[in-house]
Design a protein around this ligand. Structure first.
Ligand SMILES: CC(C)(COP(=O)(O)OP(=O)(O)OC[C@H]1O[C@@H](n2cnc3c(N)ncnc32)[C@H](O[C@H]2O[C@H](COP(=O)(O)OP(=O)(O)OP(=O)(O)O)[C@@H](O)[C@H]2O)[C@@H]1O)[C@@H](O)C(=O)NCCC(=O)NCCS
Ligand SMILES: Nc1ncnc2[nH]cnc12
Length: 295
């Protein structure tokens, strides 16, 4: 069991300065990963520096404001991880970060999934640092699943039938999709088994980080049960989005000569249908974070 290998929760323990510095570096890696995601173009239906994608209410500036508001959060939750926190402690940090984000964006949800996903991964990295272990990609994902997976699943099961529903909960009720919570509780299988291998293979083949990011994003869209695609387009929209991404990959992905025209055509198609793979975009951020950790 994981509890035997990691130190117990130490609420008031002061952090060792070297651990604190390592934790802050990990927090900055999380923020940088999110910046790389939103700065990437082309992305189908998503916000880029030059496009609002399928979103009428947000643009690149909205994301920059959101990221600025999250600057303290990721180092803070990684440092909190040094003490081996319980889920309720992390939840209170995540809820406060969501409030900061919504205040910065005028109430628009830019990074709710990222606050949740990367917050948990940062806290896991902190815990490993305090235990004297290198926070490698597979290991941080395992710590999230083993330490907090049950609480994450219990949170989904305990939402009262009368509670106001987030979009994620609404599609979970309607279609039985697990969304962000299932992905985190299982230790991020989509990022580990789909995003990261696609990113690494494309990087090895091209030596180009941006091409690798595009390839990883399409690989994620093709596989993930993205609750944003479901919310915007129902099961038919999700299936359409996944099929378009799979066709892009089958045609060679970013290794194909005309990949840019193909990706632009898929972007136009997603925008015409108002489809946005926001969950896959968040998981690209997770993938880039894991790639930055290495291992
Ligand atoms: C646990 C929470 C994350 C709540 O999740 P819930 O299931 O209730 O759903 P949402 O509030 O809808 O948020 C989930 C976000 O996760 C992203 N996501 C979707 N699918 C997946 C997936 N398969 N794997 C991983 N992540 C996924 C997704 O993020 C993107 O969506 C944003 C836009 O969403 P939204 O506003 O709903 O949609 P729009 O199309 O823009 O709306 P309209 O224009 O139509 O009005 C986009 O920007 C991406 O970020 C979902 O948003 C969490 O909220 C929670 O409990 N928070 C408390 C904090 C906490 O517990 N923290 C724990 C420790 S850190
Ligand atoms: N670039 C992006 N566009 C729209 N929604 C997103 N959610 C996370 N990143 C996004």
């Amino acid at each position: 069991m994981l509890e035997r290998r990691l130190p117990r929760y130490r609420p008031a323990a002061p952090a060792i300065p070297a651990d604190q510095a390592a934790a802050e570096r990990i927090g900055r890696l999380a923020l940088r990963s999110l910046y790389r995601e939103v700065a990437l173009a082309p992305k189908p239906g998503l916000v880029t520096p030059a496009s609002q994608g399928s979103h009428g209410d947000m643009d690149f500036t909205t994301f920059q404001r959101s990221l600025h508001s999250l600057r303290p959060y990721f180092p803070e939750i990684t440092v909190c991880g040094l003490r081996g926190p319980d889920f309720a402690t992390l939840q209170s940090l995540g809820i406060a970060a969501e409030a900061e984000m919504l205040a910065a964006t005028g109430g628009i949800n830019t990074h709710r999934g990222a606050i949740f996903n990367l917050g948990l991964l940062c806290a896991a990295a902190g815990w490993l640092i305090a235990a004297g272990e290198t926070p490698e990609a597979a290991r941080v994902c395992q710590v999230v699943a083993d330490s907090w997976g049950d609480d994450i699943r219990a949170g989904l099961a305990s939402v009262p039938a009368t509670a106001p529903l987030s979009h994620g909960l609404a599609v979970a009720r309607r279609y039985g999709s697990g969304g962000a919570r299932a992905e985190a509780a299982a230790g991020f299988p989509a990022a580990r088994e789909v995003g990261l291998p696609a990113y690494r293979a494309a990087l090895a083949a091209t030596g180009d980080e941006e091409l690798a990011e595009v390839q990883a994003l399409f690989a994620l869209i093709a596989e993930v049960d993205d609750t944003n695609l479901l919310w915007r387009g129902g099961p038919a929209g999700l299936a359409h989005g996944r099929h378009a991404a799979a066709q892009f990959l089958a045609a060679g992905g970013v290794l194909s000569d005309d990949w840019r025209a193909h990706a632009a055509a898929i972007d136009r198609d997603f925008v015409a249908r108002r489809l946005s793979p926001g969950g896959s975009a968040d998981l690209l951020g997770v993938t880039l974070f894991l790639a930055g950790l290495g291992g």
